[in-house]
Design a protein around this ligand. Structure first.
Ligand code: GLN
Length: 446
């Protein structure tokens, strides 16, 4: 069924890089046999899922949407992929993205851009644009994405689906190709909040293979979906509804807040005063970490090797020049510069200090409030081609998602209406490891 839908829509949407019909059929057969044998069904039995192409899958090509890895077939599964299999899902393919998850529109895919199913002239957002578009177009029942500075939430917002970035450390990153290791998190993109809770239930939990994995008990997220938010205290940062936020987006989110009030919640305006520094802080830190993480792509160990190199240094140089796209090179140069001696204190160290201040803003608000709410992105999906040559404008799209990533706390984007005929997402941000409250509020609203 999923493949019928894909054959109807995929020519236009381009959400997948690799489809695996054969693999899906053999997984489905395993499930059929399980049923026939009377075995118990896994939590997500039989659901066709898509996996973002920076999450490794044994025997199934994993490209990160980069030419560098266009021939790379991993020999093991990421922890999340193993957990989904244990929950009886069927993987149907690998989803398109911005190259190495760097971007916010999917136009940095070195294969082809994804298009927004609501309007094919618009971007789906990024970097998990393929994940969001596949769910919005009904090609996959749900998808996994990764979020470093907004890459699950912003595309969810643009494509009208639910996207959850869990607390840093809740979901194992083992087998996620690292972009910025102190920020990266894997999470679900789903059609509704209940599905999001189901998928999180299946993928959350401690993993000894990931040194940043948190040793916490995984609560029952499904029982958190009580529908009851009476007495909930909501903080609305004035920085999230200020300058730069589209008037219609703002109005849509304010209406959603009214709906939450009608359910018994109250809200106050607060200030996250270091918000203005978040974008600069993030791009320094994320690029620094990326420049170090991507050093492993040397043309020797993984992926494509240049065949016209005369020496070892030349081999690194040629393979990297040919394998990486422009945005990836830009980040590597920026990161290497920020980490170099003489500039380290002025840029990297300063950005680390700013990150602490941003996190403290959140801590302070959470002393008095249960959740923080605002728009997920300042605008709805923009037109393809309009920002791709203007990295600064592109980076500013992340202004409302980046602070959350820097603070390491969980947030979900839920659809809350339309502006100009395109979906608007509301972001519900919670305390660290309090996904239950985030999901409860989103579910009550939905
Ligand atoms: N758009 C942001 C960036 O380009 C976020 C990416 C992400 O979360 N992976 O870095």
């Amino acid at each position: 069924q999923a493949f019928n839908r894909i054959s109807e829509t995929e020519d236009r949407v381009k959400a997948f890089i690799t489809l695996d019909e054969e693999g899906a059929r053999s997984s489905a057969k395993v499930l059929d046999d399980k049923l026939a044998a009377g075995d118990t069904r896994g939590l997500l039995f039989g659901l066709p899922v898509g996996i973002k192409d920076n999450i490794v899958t044994e025997g199934l090509r994993t490209t990160c949407a980069s030419q560098f890895l266009s021939n790379f077939t991993p020999v093991y599964d990421a922890t999340v992929v193993g957990k989904l299999r244990a929950a009886d899902t069927v993987t149907i393919g690998k989803l398109n993205m911005d190259e190495f998850a760097m971007g916010g529109s999917n136009e940095n895919s070195s294969f082809y851009p994804v298009r927004n199913p609501w309007n094919l002239d618009r971007v789906p957002g990024g970097s998990s644009g393929g994940s969001a578009a596949a769910v919005a177009a009904g090609e996959a029942y749900f998808a996994l994405g990764s979020d470093t500075g907004g890459s699950i939430r912003q595309p969810a917002s643009y494509c009208g689906v639910v996207g959850l970035k869990p607390t840093y450390g809740l979901v194992s990153r083992f087998g996620l190709v690292a972009f910025a290791s102190s920020l990266d998190q894997i999470g679900p993109l789903t059609k509704n909040v209940e599905d999001s809770a189901y998928v999180l239930q299946a993928i959350a939990g401690y993993d000894q293979m990931d040194s940043t994995s948190a040793k916490v008990d995984v609560p029952d997220y499904l029982s958190a979906l009580s529908g009851d938010i009476a007495g909930l205290r909501i903080a609305v940062p004035k920085e999230y509804l200020g300058e730069g936020v589209d008037a219609e987006v703002k109005e849509t989110v304010l209406n959603a807040l009214k709906a939450l009030e009608a359910l018994g919640a109250t809200w106050d305006e607060v200030s996250l005063q270091h918000t203005d520094y978040a974008v600069a802080t993030y791009y320094l830190l994320a690029s620094s970490e990326a420049s170090s993480n991507l050093a492993r792509f040397d043309g020797v160990r993984y992926g494509v090797r240049s065949d016209n190199a005369g020496s070892l240094i030349d081999l690194y140089h040629e393979s990297r020049s040919q394998g990486f796209g422009d945005e990836v090179k830009r980040r590597i140069m920026l990161g290497t510069y920020a980490l170099s001696s003489g500039y380290y204190d002025a840029y990297y160290l300063k950005a680390q200090k700013a990150r602490t201040l941003i996190k403290q803003d959140f801590d302070k608000v959470f002393e008095q409030y249960d959740v923080i709410i605002g728009p997920t992105a300042p605008t709805t999906a923009f037109k393809l081609g309009t920002q791709v040559d203007d990295p600064l404008t592109m980076y500013l799209n992340d202004i409302l998602t980046i602070p959350v990533s820097l603070a390491g706390v969980p947030a979900v984007s839920v659809p809350c209406g339309f502006a100009d005929g395109l979906p608007v997402g509301m972001q519900i941000i919670g305390k660290a490891f309090d996904e239950s409250t985030v999901l409860r509020v989103a579910h009550a609203y939905e």
